[in-house]
Design a protein around this ligand. Structure first.
Ligand code: FES
Length: 144
């Protein structure tokens, strides 16, 4: 499989900046099923943050299982961020391990990668972006 370029795109409504990293996407479709007026892959640009309240956008992005979508708040840098102490790992049916919480991952080259909210880890062995899921489990019809 051709390696996707690791690009990052940002879309702002003045309050919140949506950060989009397509190489991390596992094509769960959760974003555009949940908030189709902001996320519409048929349109260019496909992300239009001006079409919803910032709170609604952030709530939707929190549901992104891959971390391909994240956000930065434009203000309130000193605001306390509530972080749960508990990390929850969920094995999804025929799909990745979802890890909920802030985690650090050491890759095979010894690099540390910090992830927060929800991280999808490959459980099928077919991902080209290990240890992360890249959606390949659907292509190989992974069952488990
Ligand atoms: S579990 Fe998704 S690519 Fe392996």
């Amino acid at each position: 499989m051709e390696e996707q370029r690791k690009i990052t795109k940002k879309y702002s409504n003045g309050e919140v900046t949506i950060v989009w990293q397509p190489h991390l996407c596992v094509h769960s479709t959760i974003c555009f099923r949940g908030l189709p007026n902001v996320f519409d892959p048929r349109k260019r640009p496909w992300v239009t943050p001006e079409h919803a309240e910032s709170e609604t956008i952030m709530k939707q992005i929190d549901a992104c299982p891959s971390g391909a979508l994240s956000y930065l708040k434009e203000t309130n840098e000193d605001e306390d961020v509530e972080v749960s102490n508990e990390t929850i790992v969920e094995a999804t049916k025929n799909g990745p391990l979802l890890v909920y919480g802030n985690i650090s991952i050491k890759d095979h080259a010894g690099n540390f990668i910090k992830k927060n909210k929800v991280t999808a880890l490959c459980r099928c062995g077919a991902s080209d972006n290990k240890p992360f899921c890249d959606g390949s489990h659907t292509k190989i019809n992974f069952e488990g």
